[in-house]
Design a protein around this ligand. Structure first.
Ligand code: G4P
Length: 321
């Protein structure tokens, strides 16, 4: 399903990153542990491509504990990249962040060569929560610095370790179809940008196959995982609506209400620890998206060519002498 979002402060944040990146040693990207591929911002990769990257797979308490290690391995296998998993229950995340960055830029130490780090992430990934924990613990120097773009905030994690915060940023166009629904389900996308029922049907299409037992337990469906897996996505939502009393006067099912219940349950973790993608699945989607993008580019080039051929020539017709 197409998700149309307004990327918010994207232009301002993009400019701030472009200005700051020259003096940055490591870029921390916070990812949602339930969707560690889909929550990675391709625009950020474009803006910071050559810099060492620390991937913080956050909200690990909500994610499938068997899948997070797969994602850590996947990111750790990439060049100049180190990955750690984190969640808000960690009372001292600063140590993990400092250690992770030092692995990537070991020569940046001491007052003469302090470590300079930029922290980025999509909305709702838990960045403010982490920054607040870091700020409280260190009683750090925060707020705007003279000459620094207002959208940034600097935090001093150690005498020789500076962290610059940036606002949550999405990117203008989702190329991987599956990522749009996952981002919407996670709460990263504003409510007006998507249709809840449609996002929930996509969510259920995945959950019924991989987390059927949790669905059955939460909504008291009384079905085995395999039985749920065999149902149509609509049927799963209808069963949930019935079980949760989402019925309108006249007996019609209120699927909108049932969708809201599923989304709230998924986001808060009461459905259980769930991850919506594995590295192998995500790689498959990326490959499909690349083929689609190529076809799209070819079609566009063909249309441009046709338009050019159709357009009347601007040259004046030559008059015979
Ligand atoms: P952001 O700055 O990246 O936009 O995200 P923010 O820190 O505001 O966090 C978004 C929501 O995610 C908040 O919940 C926050 O409590 C929750 N959160 C952050 N980190 C974690 C984590 O590691 N695990 C879990 N389970 N939740 C986390 P909220 O319901 O929107 O607000 P609140 O009422 O909980 O503050």
């Amino acid at each position: 399903m197409a998700i149309q979002w307004f990327p918010g402060h994207m232009h301002l944040t993009r400019k701030a990153i472009e200005e700051r990146i020259k003096d940055i040693d490591v870029v921390i990207e916070m990812l949602d542990a339930r969707l560690p591929g889909s929550s990675a911002n391709p625009l950020l990769a474009e803006l910071t491509g050559h810099k060492p990257a620390l991937k913080v797979i956050n909200k690990q308490d909500l994610a499938d504990p068997t899948r997070t290690p797969l994602w850590l391995d996947w990111y750790n296998a990439k060049l100049e990249t180190h990955a750690i998993a984190l969640d808000a229950s960690d009372a001292a995340p600063a140590r993990k962040l400092i250690e992770g960055c030092r692995k990537l830029a070991p020569t940046r130490t001491g007052l003469a060569k302090p470590m300079r780090v930029l922290i980025c992430g999509i909305p709702n990934v838990g960045k403010s929560t982490l920054i607040n924990t870091l700020s409280d613990k260190r009683q750090a120097k925060t707020g705007d610095e003279a000459g620094v773009t207002k959208v940034e905030q600097r935090i001093v994690l150690a005498d020789d370790f500076y962290l610059w915060d940036t606002p949550g940023m999405l990117w203008p166009r989702i190329v991987v179809d599956q990522s749009g629904d996952r981002l919407a389900a996670s709460g990263a996308v504003g409510r007006n940008a998507y249709d809840e029922e449609s996002v929930v049907l996509d969510l259920l299409a995945y959950l019924k196959l991989h987390y059927g037992a949790q669905l059955s337990e939460r909504y008291k469906l009384g079905l085995e995982a395999a039985e749920i897996g065999a149902l149509h996505d609509d049927e799963v939502l209808e069963k949930i609506a019935r079980k949760r009393g989402a019925v309108m006067p006249g007996g019609k099912l209120n699927l909108q209400k049932a969708s809201e219940i599923v989304l709230t349950d998924f986001r808060s973790g009461v459905l259980g620890r769930i991850s919506l993608e594995t590295p192998a699945e995500y790689e498959g989607w990326l490959a499909e998206a690349a083929i689609k993008e190529e076809a799209r580019a070819l079609k566009k080039a063909e249309m441009d060519k046709r338009k050019k051929r159709k357009a009347p020539s601007r040259e004046r017709p030559r008059t015979p002498e």
